[in-house]
Design a protein around this ligand. Sequence first.
Ligand SMILES: [Zn+2]
Length: 388
Amino acid sequence: MTIRIDAARTTEILRDLVQIPSVNPNFEGGVPELAVADYVERFFQRLGLSAERREVLPNRPNIVGMLPGVNNHAPGLLLEAHMDTVQTTGMTIEPFAAEVADGRLYGRGACDTKGSLAAMLAAIEWCAENGQVPAVPVYLAAAVDEEVHYKGVLDLLNIHEKFGAAIVGEPTELHAVIAHKGVVRCEIETVGVSAHSSRPSEGVNAIDAMVKVISHLRDVVTPRLLAQPHPQVGAGSLSVTEIVGGVAPNTIPDRSRIKIDRRTIPGEDSEQVWANLRDELTALDLGDDRARVNVYPPFVLDYTLDTSADSDVVRLLTGAASRRIGEVKTLGVPYCTDASKLALVGIPSVVFGPGSIDQAHTEDEWVELEQVALAADIMIDVIMSYGS
Ligand SMILES: [Zn+2]
């Protein structure tokens, strides 16, 4: 089958995007996504298409461009990709040179997820320049802040009635990711009573209490999670990822704190998971009535994704992809994406894009350029068939 998209063009757009640094400001060497947003806005203006600039955070706007359809009142198709990247610390290649070698483009964001953004822009450009009018409007949202607080996609929820379905760009090697895990991260504290360590029985050792908490998480909670795996994303998990406690070597500690990372699976409500954990741990027997546990509200919380394989957008996407690359899988993955927030308000959402998650965030991040062009071509099919 002939590919309508000129790979030289997708490469050119991707090179432009990678050459604009957009490390999330929360990371070392970060900057606002402004320059990428300006690029996307100008891209739409040049095509004579409208683009809305939505200020999410200072100098960190989302851009929502639109390719008009026949019926512009109907809910449209959303193509969403984040503009921010992770830090460049430790990279072994020039992060913003966008060098091309052996059919790959190298640089920070090449696969996560400027490859997807380039493919989406190229698909819109091809439709606009070839006079193609989809049945319903197609929106391209270039969003800020996916890598940290996903404030960009949360802003898009304010206009969610515009969107009937969404393709969220992330490196999936052109497969369709329809399920993923969510996450809850929170702090747990044990409180005891301090005393001189020569008379430990006068105090209540908060570290001893924390040992009971950690044992419970490991021996009771984790086996429960492992016993109920999800068919596509596997089992949920609970990991203790940080621990502190004590003030001096000769003092019985009255405080100990841990941070936990709990991965949730489709069917679990991340907020409910946290509430249940709080109830379970605060009821735990710590061996001394004076000891207690505080489970603090999550400092990170994200939702699971569980889109039906029968939804229109998934069928159209897998159909279009399989015509080009053979068998296309509908997959579950362990990592979180912007798609779960869109799904939360009822938008059927599928994660799709060129490149492999294996190269995301790596020291020599790259993307296969042929996949970027293929992704654009696949998206043209979905754009022209969705809603008709
Ligand atoms: Zn990403």
